[in-house]
Design a protein around this ligand. Structure first.
Ligand SMILES: [Mn+2]
Length: 333
């Protein structure tokens, strides 16, 4: 009999189908059932507003990230040394809602469905954790916080983005909701306050006027080079203490050495631990009210390394959100 030599087999991994083998729910359940026990809800969002010339090139990412997590599905309660305990501590209910339906030719309907899923999760008092999809996904996700911000009276949410690119184009070939416009569209929302954009480097789609528009809006930029030169502690000191923060990670913000699965690899990106430290810096100072990971391209991946990195970043964010849910008073907010 042939042996399958992987860690999942060694640890007796379950035959998982969801992220980390978490309980499966569906978005429809959210409207029908009492979700109050749910703390964290995974939402797969394969496609929102693809540019027609490239299509929905990240649509396979949510399932590829889930698949990477299956190896660890039996060790979700094991010691995770990056978190100082189990990834999902006892008493925390984290569920996977599956993927939002999509059609590449119906971007507005895609955005409506993604926004509605996040609104439902937030209305139930749970925290959305979204697996994209390309970088057009965060636009409807961040829009979904309008009612949340109005209801909590905690003030506008802070956005912390990790990305090689600034995503401040007003439009690209007439499309205003695509992946190069994500941060400009977010900046226009009344419920979005301060914005931190970390990891920019090289040349992307932004023109000098786009970078200036972001500065005029008050965006705090930290280039990848500055992260390497000054470390994450220097960035952390600028982050607001208190309030609510949404973290969005475009995986091309990380170095291609740990994240080869991107459409435009760019040398000089963040290390895995720099990204982890940024998540930690946010969670140490404010309430982490949502997280997404976008732009992973399974077709470009090497030995599953990028899927593993995307999964582990997501698992770390879940671990930090879970700890805030267990001990809300320890959060600065
Ligand atoms: Mn981006």
């Amino acid at each position: 009999m042939a042996h399958v030599a992987d860690l999942g087999t060694m640890f007796g991994a379950l035959s998982a189908t969801t992220f980390l083998g978490l309980e499966a729910r569906t978005v429809a359940d959210l409207a029908r059932t009492d979700l109050s026990p749910v703390d964290i809800a995974i939402i797969g969002a394969p496609c929102a507003t693809p540019y027609p010339v490239v299509g929905p090139y990240c649509s396979a990412a949510p399932q590829a990230i889930r698949r990477s997590s299956w190896t660890y599905s039996s060790s979700v309660h094991h010691m995770n040394f990056d978190l100082g305990g189990a990834t999902v501590p006892e008493g925390i209910v984290a569920v996977d809602l599956g993927d939002v339906e999509w059609d590449a030719d119906e971007p507005e309907a895609n955005r409506d469905r993604i926004r509605a899923a996040c609104v439902a999760v937030l209305a139930a008092g749970a925290v959305p954790v979204v697996l994209g999809g390309d970088d057009s996904i965060p636009i409807p996700v961040i829009q979904a916080y309008e009612a949340f911000v109005a209801a909590t009276a905690a003030g506008p949410i802070t956005i912390v983005q990790i990305d090689a690119h600034i995503d401040w184009r007003d439009e690209v070939n007439g499309e205003r909701w695509g992946l190069s416009s994500t941060m400009r569209r977010s900046s226009e929302l009344a419920h979005v306050g301060e914005m931190f954009q970390i990891g920019r480097r090289g040349a992307g789609s932004a023109r000098p006027s786009d970078a200036q528009a972001a500065l005029d809006r008050g965006v705090h930029f930290v280039s990848a080079h500055d992260v390497h030169r000054h470390g994450v502690d220097a960035i952390a000191a600028q982050l607001p203490v208190g309030g609510s923060t949404f973290v969005t990670i475009d995986v091309d913000g990380l170095d291609p050495a740990v994240m080869p699965g991107v459409i435009g690899p760019e040398p000089g990106g963040l290390t895995y631990f720099q990204a982890i430290e940024i998540i930690d810096a946010v969670a140490d100072r404010s309430r982490l009210v949502g997280f997404d990971v976008v732009e992973f391209v399974p077709d470009r991946d090497v030995n599953g390394l990028g899927a593993l990195t995307a999964f582990r970043l997501t698992a770390h964010a879940i671990g930090r959100i879970a700890r805030q849910r267990k001990a809300p008073s320890t959060g600065a907010g």
